[in-house]
Design a protein around this ligand. Structure first.
Ligand SMILES: Nc1ncnc2c1ncn2[C@@H]1O[C@H](COP(=O)(O)OP(=O)(O)O)[C@@H](O)[C@H]1O
Ligand SMILES: [Mg+2]
Length: 289
């Protein structure tokens, strides 16, 4: 009798053990499923952020391109009307015709080049390439030149001639974000708006320092500015994604670091205060992988 009881209890215990195991397994599976869903949601959020940030810089660039296009478009139009009128009046000579056509060809070439620059920017680099930092900075500034001129911002450069290996388009995107932010911050200043760029090689790194004289980032929020959706700007001016994306690109793709601090500095014997963004990038990205 007691033997039977013993066996029954034994069975019950084994059953409980298996059932527990089964429950644990099930809970684990459910948890895994939940984690997967969360990861998916997060990926989707990041994807949307990347998209939004690209759209924001695209808007900025379109404005610049529209501005850059005005001159060559008017050259084409003036040259074409000139030919037309002279032909009607029968006073068009061969030399003038070929001259005007040359102007038209040059202007169209220029338009076509700006389209290429613009399109290249939106194609993600697949492999790192050899780049020259002066060239990269010039490309970035070209994409923003009319914005800087319109806002009457003086850009000062002190740049070593350095060649290195990295993802150029992604670096341009980061630089643009920093410049656009500096431009936004400088909108509060009435005059003497400065952006100062200093680029040096320090050991195996390229160090890019970009500062402005807009007064700096409020100390109560400076720790938050790289967070997603953090913005102090008005609903339609700020998305809070620019610096978040920049940090992501710098750390994950360019294998570097980005940081910010406020500094006081002297320029042309005047003292100013502003934000200083510092990028530290490896000279050869492939060595760091
Ligand atoms: N150069 C700067 N000077 C002062 N504040 C800055 C500067 N750059 C960034 N910031 C602050 O960091 C915040 C986040 O920037 P960002 O991520 O680019 O988002 P957004 O530009 O859409 O606001 C800005 O809203 C601003 O408060
Ligand atoms: Mg921004």
């Amino acid at each position: 009798m007691s033997k039977l009881l013993f066996i029954i209890i034994g069975f019950i215990l084994i059953f409980i053990l298996f059932y527990r195991q089964y429950l644990l397994k099930k809970m684990n599976e459910e948890l895994n499923e939940k984690i997967k869903i969360e990861i998916k949601k997060n990926e989707e959020k990041t994807r949307i952020s990347i998209q939004q940030s690209r759209m924001a810089s695209m808007g900025e660039m379109l404005e610049n391109i529209a501005h850059q296009w005005r001159q060559p478009l008017s050259t084409i139009s003036v040259a074409a009307s000139g030919i037309e009128i002279k032909k009607e009046l029968n006073i068009l000579n061969d030399e003038e015709l070929s001259d005007s056509l040359k102007h038209i060809k040059n202007a169209t070439q220029y338009l076509s080049n700006t389209i290429d620059d613009f399109r290249n920017f939106f194609v993600k680099d697949k492999i790192p390439s050899n780049i020259n930092i002066r060239n990269t900075l010039n490309k970035t500034i070209d994409l923003m030149s009319s914005t800087l001129a319109k806002e009457e911002i003086t850009l000062i450069r002190n740049i070593q001639n350095i060649n290195f290996t990295s993802y150029e388009n992604e670096l341009i995107q980061v630089l643009m974000n920093i410049f656009i932010n500096a431009k936004d911050a400088l909108a509060n200043r009435k005059s003497e708006k400065l952006i100062i760029v200093v680029i040096k090689q320090i050991e195996d790194n390229l160090v890019i320092k970009i500062k402005d004289n807009a007064g700096g980032v409020d100390s109560s929020i400076i720790d938050k500015i790289f967070e997603p959706y953090f913005t102090t700007k008005h609903q339609f001016n700020g998305t809070g994604i620019g610096l978040y994306m920049s940090k992501l690109i710098v750390e994950k793709h360019l294998i570097g670091e980005i940081s910010v601090k406020n500094i006081d500095f002297i320029f042309n014997s005047k003292t100013y205060r502003g934000a200083l963004f510092e990028l530290v990038l490896p000279l050869n990205i492939t060595n760091n992988k």
